[in-house]
Design a protein around this ligand. Sequence first.
Ligand code: GRF
Length: 204
Amino acid sequence: VKVAVLISGTGTNLAALIAYAREPASCVQIALVISNKSGDVEELRNAARAGIPTRVIDHKLYGSRSEFDHTIDRVLEEFSVELICLAGFMRILSSAFIRKWYGKILNICPSLLPSVKGGNAHKQVLQAGVKVTGCTVHFILEEANTGAIILQEPVSVNTDDTEETLLERVKEAECRAFPIALQLVASGVVRLGADGKTCWKQGT
Ligand code: GRF
């Protein structure tokens, strides 16, 4: 199954997905990496070194969200991509794009949805004093940060945790959960039903 990984950040999850795709049991092939950040992007060089085609599609060069998404869509089609992983991709995708790729877009979120949402998840967790956080892999639905949950991995919050230490441990969990979730979708064990809920294959 051909997968595109979209990134904006440091690419830790991307590296985990690339490593997983190389395992014999994996049925995914990372066919393309797209970053919306131009400039010196180390993770794109790593992907290129792994023999994966890479593209920079800089959102700042487009007049509107739909033009930007349209360009991404064209590149995905060019590479016959079947599934999309948003691995720290910091742009919100347009409704038209999300509708077209319904059930094909997976996102990783550094919190346990739906309890904690938003960009400052670790801060919220520390402020609220909750004892368990974690990560969530979900199918993208049209509303940002709500989706159909595929997999979650919990992470305990320690009394001496800071945003930085929490970020680090949650990211380790992300790097385990994302490849597993991708494999579950790529192998057809779970899919997004027409009602916006995950649908698990009988007997799993
Ligand atoms: C991850 O924590 C992800 O959950 C969030 O952005 C971060 C990306 O990190 N949405 P990286 O680029 O994989 O290192």
